[in-house]
Structure formats: C-alpha cells, structure tokens
Write a protein that binds this ligand. Structure first.
Ligand code: ADP
Length: 396
C-alpha cells in the first residue's frame, strides 16, 4: 500500500502534481470534470464527478475494496462547497487546506475582513450591498480618475468578476444577480500600483513554512502572462513587508499546503520607501509558482504534496540567478505539439510544459521556463518559445 492523495479538479494544476507524486511513490486520485480534461489525460485513477456533489467527493476519498482510502483530500481549485468538505471531514479524511482556511480563498469579502483584522496591508474596501453603497464608495475612494474596482465576492477567476467602474450603473446586472442569490459584491480603491508581485509559500499542519523568493507577475487582460523570479530590483524594505504579510496570512489563517499571495507594489510617498497591498489569495499551487518546477530545488507541486501529507518540506531555493516563465495563452496552431520541433530545436535550454488541452482563444495551454544568469536573455528566450507555441512567426 502507498500514500494516497485525493485531489478535486482535473485541470493542469492536478496534471502537474503527477510527476512529483510519481517520484515520491504517492498515488494520486483526481476527481475530474470529464475524460478529456488536462489531468484526466495522464492520471490513471481519475473518476469523473462533480466537486459540488458530496457523493462524488466521498467516493473519491473513501475508495472501495479495490481502491484504498485516501490519506488526505486537497484541491486544485477552490470551488467546493463547505457542506462537501464537512462531509469528508466527518468521514475521517483530513481536508487540507482545511475548510476554515479555504473560505478566505473562496470569498473575497471573508478574505478582506480577516486580512484587515490581521493587520495585513489591503486596499481601501467595503462590502457593496446596493447602488447607494457603491455611489458612496466612489465618492470617498474614486481617486483622481474617479474609478474604483468592483468584484464579485465568489466565483471569479482570471479577471472574470473584476470590473473597473466610474458609475454604479456599470455593474447593474451584478446587483440584479446578487438580489436573486448571486454572489455578493465588494469594492476596492483602484490601487496605483507600480507592478504586481506574488509570494508563494508552503505550510505544514505542524507549522513548518518554506517560502520561495518574491516574484514579479505580469498580467495581460487580467490573465497572468509572465512570471520573473526573483522580482527584479526589489527593494529590501518592500521584500520584507511582502514576506511578512504572506507569513502572517499563512499562520493567521492556519493554511496548509501551498499559499499564493498576490500583491500590488506601490511607490512610497515623497520619495520614501515603497510598500505592498495584498490583492488576493490562492490556497493551492498557482500560476505564479510554475517557475519552481525548473527553477527551484523543490517545485510547488512536490511541496504541496509534502505539506498536505505533513511531510518535512523541501528546499525552496532558486537553482539559477533568474528564471522566467512565459504562459502560452491561446494558439493559432491546430496542435501545440506541431511546434515542438521548432521550439526545442531553437533553444535546447527552454523547458516546455504543455497541458494537453484543446485549443481555444486566450486559454492557458502551457508554459515555457528558461533559467540563467542574464535576465534579458532569459526573458527573451522564454517569450520566443511561448510565441512559437502560440503559432507566431519566429522573432529575429
Ligand atoms: P481574479 O480573482 O479573477 O484573479 P483579481 O482580484 O486577481 O481577480 O484581479 C484581477 C486583476 O485586476 C489583478 O491582477 C489586477 O491587475 C486588477 N486589479 C484587481 N484588483 C485591483 C485593485 N484594487 N486595484 C487595481 N487593480 C486591481
């Protein structure tokens, strides 16, 4: 018998857990949405089911005469109802991260309330029950351009559920949806950030924490397009604030597994030192940590498995001075693998990761990682390889 980790969600994050599980001799059992999902195409034990169904998730963790019971349940996304998590815990299988921690990655209102209570720097924010509340928030926090950011508390991802507005009428349909049981809304000041950063760490139930270097994340149309590790030119003072905030969140929310804290770097006033404000949390491996597969001694996927099993954590140190990860978002090719010859032929050091997904415009289909000593070179090579996979002509 071997350790069994049950995972909810059949996307690329579950798929990328498999090499780490294989190396450690851990059996992964993944609840997939269908047989053609990214993880279903590589995981042998991949029952089809719905994350919202307690019966499906209980079947995943409890197994049967032929399939051993899971030692722990974890996730590659946060969309699992609290009742389902409670049913798994009642059946005696540990849920990591636990339901109390996970609420903060499921609901931005819960997250903002608790982070504010923990003293973690956040943008000005308020719950928005109706148009009058949004008008008041716009008047108080509209800033020079009169804009604020409105978000649905639940269900958003990749920028869906985030809207920059000047008037409450711009989210009229969200108010209408909220009135009939749709997600509640919150508003945030529009942070005039210099760039976006992320801190990724892993925490075990015993409290041990391992932190990777602070990275810079670049978004295009609300979707992560590039990650640079470590964040170039990061001020030591800003780095300390960022690491301290992430650590405070991990301990304060009792997170187990990988935690990604997305942040905005803001300039100091009057030439003083800058700072950060926290944007949002993910309690699972995250796009900002894909660079760790090739660029760190321990990848986020291995570390997540270790953390949820309460095994000692691996070394999060980088393997190179610079690592750049470039996402492949959509492609004009019929099959991404048609570009493999060109990509690996052009750059023997480019590490290609394709997710086995059907091609759709803007979809996250894969990523490329390049490590080295010269940031400009590493970045150019990662971008060139990703562009070839998107079907764009080779750059000179
Ligand atoms: P999602 O949950 O869909 O990933 P986020 O809350 O991360 O949404 O927001 C997506 C993007 O929108 C962020 O990466 C950032 O570029 C922008 N954004 C979100 N909140 C703010 C804010 N308060 N101020 C300025 N930009 C924001």
């Amino acid at each position: 018998m071997t350790l069994v980790v049950a995972v909810v969600g059949g996307g690329q994050l579950a798929r990328m857990m498999t090499p780490a599980a294989t190396a450690l001799g851990i059996h992964l059992r993944v609840l997939v949405e269908g047989p053609a999902t990214s993880a279903a195409r590589v995981v042998v034990d991949a029952p089809v089911g719905a994350p919202r169904s307690a019966a499906d998730v209980l079947d995943l963790v409890l197994g049967d005469a032929e399939r051993p019971r899971a030692d722990v349940l974890t996730f590659e996304h946060e969309h699992i109802p609290a009742e389902v998590l409670a049913a798994v815990e009642a059946a005696g299988v540990p849920v990591r991260p636990g339901p109390d921690a996970l609420r903060h990655a499921q609901d931005k209102l819960v997250m903002r309330e608790h982070l504010t209570a923990l003293g973690v720097p956040c943008p000005a924010w308020a719950p928005i029950p109706d148009a009058a509340a949004l008008d008041a928030f716009l008047a108080a926090h509209g800033g020079p351009d009169g804009q604020v950011v409105v978000k649905t508390a639940r269900g958003g991802y990749d920028g869906k559920g985030v809207r920059v507005v000047r008037e409450s009428s711009e989210v009229a349909e969200w108010f209408a949806a909220a009135a009939v049981g749709g997600p509640a809304l919150l508003a945030e000041e529009k942070v005039p950030f210099v760039r976006e950063l992320a801190v990724l760490l892993a925490r075990r139930p015993s409290g041990e924490v391992a932190v990777w270097p602070v990275v810079e994340t670049v978004q295009a149309d609300g979707v992560c397009s590039e990650v640079v590790a470590p964040a170039p030119g990061l001020d030591a003072h800003v780095e300390r604030i960022a690491l301290d905030a992430a650590r405070r969140i991990a301990d304060g929310l009792d997170v187990t597994g990988v935690l990604a804290v997305e942040m905005f770097e803001v300039a100091g006033t009057g030439g003083g030192p800058g700072s950060v404000v926290v944007n949002e949390l993910a309690m699972r491996p995250h796009n900002s940590g894909h660079w760790t597969i090739d660029g760190a001694v321990t990848s986020q996927f291995e570390q997540h498995l270790r953390a949820v099993l309460d095994l000692p954590l691996g070394d999060p140190s980088p393997r190179a001075a610079w690592t750049v990860m470039s996402n492949v978002l959509g492609s004009s090719l019929d099959r991404l693998t048609d570009a493999l010859h060109a990509v690996v032929g052009a750059d023997a050091g480019a590490r290609v990761h394709l997710y086995g997904k059907d091609i759709r415009p803007g979809r996250k289909l894969g990523h490329v990682t390049v490590c080295g000593d010269d940031l400009a070179d590493v970045r150019a090579r990662a971008r060139a390889a990703a562009a070839t996979l998107r079907g764009e002509p080779a750059h000179g």
